[in-house]
Design a binder for this molecule. Structure first.
Ligand SMILES: [Zn+2]
Length: 455
């Protein structure tokens, strides 16, 4: 049972947008994983066994909520054959040829790398879209991911991908067998029984998440997967409208826009969120808004693959929930939510002018909105009653010296601010830029060995 006081921060951002975004220089009291009190100059309560965490010289944000990732790609960064390729060429050059070479050991290594990187950037929740599934796979993929997340103490939302129509996807390995509808539903049911916790501060969730609605499954299967996921009380997630080719394929094959296609097959709703949504037509926006469908905005991956820039500020103004995701590190080439926030803040200003995005709004997308699209009402905000998921950034590097408004420094100055503390559910998971109990040199050597093997 945690009793913690985060004391002396220079500034606290709450994760709210607008006037409630700034809490000022308040201390944060935590009891049993939940924020119990926020006010200036709180007195320590040693009689309660309270641990005081010194936050002088620091700013405090809610822990970032990363709503779209592919952890297995953390050992596939900067593969030379894909470094200048767009989405389909990159898929065919980087992840797809290696799918059957990634087993328990490789996945565990990649997950340790990716989740460590997320923790060290201030992230407390990760939604991982894992899609390496095929008949005969003798590796316990989802179990490996949940195990690594538990060891590191990060919240994991496992979005169970998969395909029943592998031949449709450009670049997909033709020799890979496809799963059946029953294969997917029975495995999702097994995972839900074992891991899914519907409570608002869950450490583990499971989501129904075919790899794409358009290429990976037939329209009938798509509809059945939505119904099966909902019958198990699970949310729905997938990739949508990442590139112009993606949209063109959907129009040619299904004679609909991607969002219309999803609407026709039960794939819109306030229990659904899609990664990317780079190419969205005006006619699709009301469908998203009225259904409450959310997006995982992944600007670094979209830049890296030359996919374009999603209309995120416009969607947010319309009331469409916009969250942030790093996407797989093979198309990023990192998994750093603070960096993702910095790029988000910059990118939309280049397009829409200097008032297109504010730092507070970007933090709101990356925290409160992330928790909302994941349906985790107990997370994402710093206020009494919410989970004690918070990052204490130490502005101890020259790039943060001379900043007048410290509250926004981690977003506007960029870089990698030192994480003095990261708390997940009130437990310290990062301390002074390190992960207690993790041998980073050993992980580096292990990652190098796996990376060589996957060359
Ligand atoms: Zn993705």
């Amino acid at each position: 049972m945690s009793a913690v006081l985060v004391k002396g921060a220079d500034a606290v951002l709450t994760g709210h947008a607008g006037e409630e975004a700034r809490a000022g220089a308040v201390d944060i009291r935590i009891r049993d994983g939940v924020i119990s009190e926020m006010a200036p100059a709180l007195e320590p309560e040693p009689e309660q066994g309270e641990q005081v965490l010194d936050a002088k010289g620091c700013v405090v944000y809610p822990g970032w909520v990363n709503t779209h990732h592919h952890l297995f790609q953390s050992v596939l960064k900067a593969v030379p054959s894909g470094i200048n390729e767009q989405l389909f060429g990159w898929l065919g050059a980087v992840p797809y040829p290696r799918l059957t070479r990634i087993r328990d050991h490789e996945l565990e290594t990649a997950a340790l790398v990716g989740l460590s990187e997320l923790l060290l950037s201030g992230t407390s929740t990760c939604a991982d879209h894992h899609y390496i599934y095929y008949p005969g796979l003798d590796a316990a993929m989802a179990d490996v991911l949940f195990d690594v997340a538990e060891r590191l103490g990060i919240r994991l939302v496992l979005c169970r991908g998969g395909a029943t129509e592998v031949g449709r996807h450009p670049g997909y390995p033709n020799d890979m067998a496809q799963e059946s509808l029953d294969d997917i539903i029975s495995d999702v049911q097994r995972l839900a029984n074992r891991y899914h916790d519907p409570s608002p501060r869950a450490m583990r969730r499971v989501v129904m998440a075919p790899t794409t609605p358009t290429f990976s499954v037939s329209p009938d299967v798509l509809r059945e997967l939505a119904a099966a996921g909902r019958s198990m009380g699970l949310r729905l997630h997938s990739h949508l409208s990442e590139t112009t080719e993606y949209v063109r394929y959907c129009r040619e094959v299904h004679d609909m826009t991607p969002v219309q296609f999803c609407a026709e097959h039960g794939w819109l709703g306030d229990d659904v969120w899609f990664a990317h949504m780079v190419h969205v037509e005006d006619s699709e926006l009301p469908l998203l808004r009225e259904s409450g469908t959310g997006i995982a905005h992944c600007p670094q991956s979209n830049c890296r693959l030359g996919s374009g820039i999603a209309r995120a500020p416009e969607m947010a103004r319309l009331g469409i929930p916009v969250s942030l995701g790093v996407d797989g590190a093979a198309s990023n080439e990192a998994a750093d939510m603070a960096q993702e926030a910095h790029i988000t803040w910059l990118l939309h200003r280049a397009l829409g002018g200097a008032n297109a995005t504010t730092a507070e709004e970007v933090v709101h997308w990356g925290t409160d909105c992330g928790a909302r699209v994941l349906g985790m009402d107990g997370l994402g905000l710093l206020e009494p009653g919410k989970a004690a998921d918070l990052v204490v950034y130490d502005l101890d590097q020259p790039r943060y010296f001379g900043v007048h408004d410290l509250a926004v420094a981690p977003v506007v100055a960029g870089g990698s601010p030192t994480v003095r503390y990261l708390l997940v559910d009130g437990e310290v998971r990062v301390r002074d830029g390190g992960i207690p109990g993790l041998d980073m040199e050993a992980l580096r050597a292990r990652a190098a060995e796996v990376t060589r093997a996957l060359a």
